[in-house]
Design a protein around this ligand. Sequence first.
Ligand code: NCD
Length: 348
Amino acid sequence: MNITGQHILSSSQFDLPLLDHLYRLADTLVPVARGQMTTAVLRGAVLGSIFFEPSTRTRLSFDTAFMRLGGSVSHTTGVEFSSIVKGESLEDTARVVGGYTDVLVVRHFEEEAIYSFASSTNIPVINGGNGAGEHPTQALLDLYTVRSEFKRLNKHVDGCRVAMVGDLRYGRTIHSLVRLLSLYRNLTFVMLSPKGLEIPRDFIDAARERGHELIETNDLNQGLAGCDLIYATRIQIERMSESEKAANKGVNFRIEKSILASVCRDDAIIMHPLPRDSRPGANDLSNDIDGDPRLAIFRQADAGIPVRMALFCMVLGVEDQVKDSLQPATWWRPEYIGPNDASFYRMR
Ligand code: NCD
């Protein structure tokens, strides 16, 4: 399947053969992502990066991926710094920026905004997160991480047991990932959320229709037991009404060392799209589990670069040029990135 020139708006645009293709290309690009090799397949190309919501890794990893391919990036961040405060429509903004650049990455707090962008320009628009809707490229790097961690552990995605934890209602990364995981067979999804933050029904129905088992619970101990993959998310406070915020006061949804020790499998992997809320009392992944080899969150974040590079190569039609373009990098790089990474990265 050829996605050259296409908008990437939803994870529902992907099937398993397309994912295999994307991930093979991402594997080839890992040494470029790590700064060990270089390529200039996108020399001269310009990415338009439009982020109207806070972001660290999504924005920086899209930018870095594009620049490591030899391209450059033009930015705007925050509605307050764009002409939208002067009353400009999203459609006009999209048409104008489309005339300046070759591909756009857009993050917007309103779910519908991404479609306004996509319908107003013929250059490819990539969804970098549309409100509480979807975050398809996060799901692409999440599944890439699941596959490489499972490979290391001799496990398969087919038949695995997955806990999706936290704010399943407003967490857009969950929505996109459930769709991708549902392409596999016979999964058991344990949907673990505080009351009121359950995953929207249509995701449950769609996964059941594909033959997966769905269990909904708010009992952390029971839900995490026996899972191969634990995918935790932050409570999306910024998307909640005042009454929803009040209803969530006093809820305990924190995944700590003690719970990992008592109920989680030794060969489980723990993922999170990040950022995790590390403030005292936050209902998120606790920092006391850092250093546990099951915690794959930084390997997951690292995967954002090769996966987004592969996506750019496919969307801009240069994937066939990648292999022959690779050259060794000449600058100094450490052997591995974080203090806990040594055993994982030497294994490749
Ligand atoms: C997520 C997002 O923006 O949806 N972050 C990310 O892109 N990695 C998750 C979040 O903000 O909680």
